[in-house]
Write a protein that binds this ligand. Structure first.
Ligand SMILES: [Zn+2]
Length: 278
């Protein structure tokens, strides 16, 4: 039986204190994962990062980080790629200081490229360049499955990016896969099991020890995601039970980050739903 960890994408809803206080709060609630949100820029100092890391270790909370949204490694504009690499470098260094094991990022946009393949190659080249100049000991860069068809990041592309360098691991956002398929994916336990087994086969079993994942319900339109919704809003998919049963069936370890508007509260719902199957 694998270990499943649950926690929010960012500080608990309505909590106004510092990140270093969050691990103790999560532990008290029965949660054990936290994604530090640097989505608008990496603003944490080395000392703050180390304090957050200490608090996380003391409270048995596994840390990850979400890198800034303004990253586009697939851009044909060299200046955009250079700035994107710098943002990712800052995120990676802050993650090392914090002891965060995964630096989640959105690889980039297809726009401006002649094909998806060209965009993918630009991402792979930029990541190779960055990773060869870093000496990461704790953090893996983790390209996320993205919510829009206009972005690099379907499951095949995510696996191929991760095959290109040993310091890359996938971040699977199940809601995004559902949204980019306009509701036609992540509909059965078998389908989710297949994706997990492909990741394990094509990258190695380390990639599911643990598998880094995001979950919420999601609203989509043409081309993909609109917005994330709570687990109680049953008009939107995908179903958490499907994903949870696939984790239990495959026996993988997983970190499940809640991207619901009621972050940590839905983490608790996910945890208790899953416990029925364990
Ligand atoms: Zn993301």
């Amino acid at each position: 039986m694998g270990r499943l960890r649950f926690g929010p994408a960012g500080k608990p809803t309505n909590f106004k204190g510092g990140y270093e206080e969050v691990p103790a709060i999560l532990k008290q609630m029965g949660l054990d994962a936290l994604e530090y949100e640097a989505v608008r820029g990496v603003r944490v100092t080395k000392e703050q990062a180390e304090a957050i890391g200490r608090a996380a270790r003391e409270n048995d909370v596994v840390l990850s980080m979400h890198a800034p949204y303004f990253i586009n490694l697939a851009s044909p504009e060299q200046d955009t790629v250079t700035k994107s690499i710098e943002r990712l470098r800052e995120s990676a260094l802050a993650s090392e200081a914090m002891g965060a094991y995964a630096v989640v990022f959105h690889p980039g946009y297809i726009k401006g490229n002649s094909s998806r393949e060209e965009a993918l190659q630009r991402v792979i080249d930029a990541l190779g360049q960055l990773l060869d100049s870093l000496d990461l000991k704790v953090a893996w860069l983790a390209p996320e499955t993205t919510g829009k068809v206009s972005q690099v990041g379907d499951i095949d592309e995510t696996i191929r990016i991760c095959q290109s360098h040993e310091r890359l691991r996938p971040a699977v956002d199940w809601a995004h896969l559902h949204a980019r398929a306009e509701g036609k994916a992540i509909l059965s336990v078998d389908e989710v099991v297949n994706i997990i087994e492909r990741i394990e086969k094509e990258l190695g079993s380390w990639a599911v020890r643990p598998l880094h994942t995001h979950f919420s319900r999601i609203e989509y339109g043409k081309g993909g995601e609109r917005e994330h919704h709570t687990l109680a809003e049953k008009d939107y998919g995908p179903e958490w039970e499907i994903v949870c049963r696939a984790y239990v069936e495959t026996g993988i370890d997983a970190v499940v980050i809640s991207e619901s508007p009621i972050l940590e509260q839905d983490s608790l719902v996910m945890k208790s739903t899953c416990q029925k199957y364990l």
